[in-house]
Design a protein around this ligand. Structure first.
Ligand SMILES: Cc1cc2nc3c(=O)[nH]c(=O)nc-3n(C[C@H](O)[C@H](O)[C@H](O)COP(=O)(O)OP(=O)(O)OC[C@H]3O[C@@H](n4cnc5c(N)ncnc54)[C@H](O)[C@@H]3O)c2cc1C
Length: 263
């Protein structure tokens, strides 16, 4: 069984700071990590490999700058068999649509696969679009927000988280699943894995290698543009209304709103 895991290198913070002039992320001084939801995706793939080690291959794939190799080494240190970096100036500045074009082409280039994992969401871009877009472009069934999964031959039974519950879905492979943190606890890198990762041969593929149409990747091909990015001002402290009956509390709230001329 071949499992592909889409992994993204992200800044190690969810307090993203934006350069107000350029509207781009300020990455200086912020260490990079494997996107947290992707660590859950990788753990899910590795758990399947644990159950059938001789017949399972786990491949981590990312699109990013050359330094994303470090994150791919972490994936190998956790237990991935191989890692692929899609890196090319032609891919730079891609929005989610263009990113998923590149990743779908990279996955096609890998060839056959049974299961693709992506995280639900990256903590920097935060759109949760890339996984579903890859599934669409590869014409695969997809289940998002997966919080548990069970493998039965060529089919998976998964629980998909909803706002106030979950649904159980049977999905045939090949398919794409996006994972959330409730799915599992990602394993630590092992000492042997760290040593192996240092000498691991990470494949680097450019746009020509993956055969992607260059009119569908990169900044110019991206159909979405960021007009304005800003860090919201922190909200002031709230007021907690305690004591009294519900009616009295409502009265206090109404008076406070009237005082501020909200009502
Ligand atoms: C309107 C808009 C304009 C943008 N413009 C630019 C720009 O000009 N320049 C620029 O650099 N960025 C730009 N971005 C950011 C860039 O598009 C995203 O970083 C990228 O497409 C991934 O989207 P995301 O971070 O929202 O990932 P999500 O969709 O939240 O990620 C979900 C999952 O998809 C997978 N995934 C996502 N990205 C990758 C990846 N690169 N490699 C492997 N797996 C991945 C991971 O499994 C991840 O957990 C823009 C984003 C938007 C929304």
């Amino acid at each position: 069984m071949r499992i592909i895991v889409c992994v993204k290198q992200v800044p190690d913070t969810n307090e993203i700071k934006i350069n107000p002039e350029t509207g781009t992320l300020i990455r200086d001084g912020v260490p990079s990590i494997l996107n947290p939801d992707d660590a859950n995706a990788l753990e899910a793939a590795l758990a399947i490999k644990d159950s059938c080690p001789d017949t399972t291959t786990v491949t981590a794939i990312t699109m990013g700058p050359p330094q994303a190799k470090e994150m791919l080494k972490d994936c190998i240190a956790m237990g991935a068999d191989e890692a692929i970096l899609l890196s090319d100036r032609a891919l730079g500045g891609s929005d989610t649509w263009a990113t998923s074009n590149a990743l779908a082409s990279g996955i096609k280039q890998i060839g056959s696969y049974d299961l693709i994992f992506a995280g639900r969401q990256a903590i920097d871009g935060d759109t949760a679009q890339v996984g579903p877009q890859i599934a669409e472009k590869l014409n695969l069934p997809q289940v998002t927000y997966v919080r548990s999964l069970k493998l039965n031959d060529d089919c998976l039974t998964v629980e998909r988280a909803l706002e106030n519950g979950y649904e159980i879905i049977d999905v045939k492979m090949p398919c794409l699943l996006t994972t959330i943190k409730e799915l599992n606890t990602p394993r630590y890198k092992t000492v042997q894995g760290i040593m192996d990762s240092e000498s691991a041969d990470i494949s680097v593929w450019n746009a020509d290698d993956i055969g992607v149409d260059k009119h569908t990747v990169g900044l110019k091909a991206s159909p979405t543009n960021v007009f304005k990015s800003f860090t919201p001002k922190p909200k002031g402290a709230g007021v907690y209304v305690s004591g009294g009956s519900p009616k009295e509390k409502v009265q206090i709230l109404l008076s406070a709103l009237e005082e501020k001329h909200v009502i």
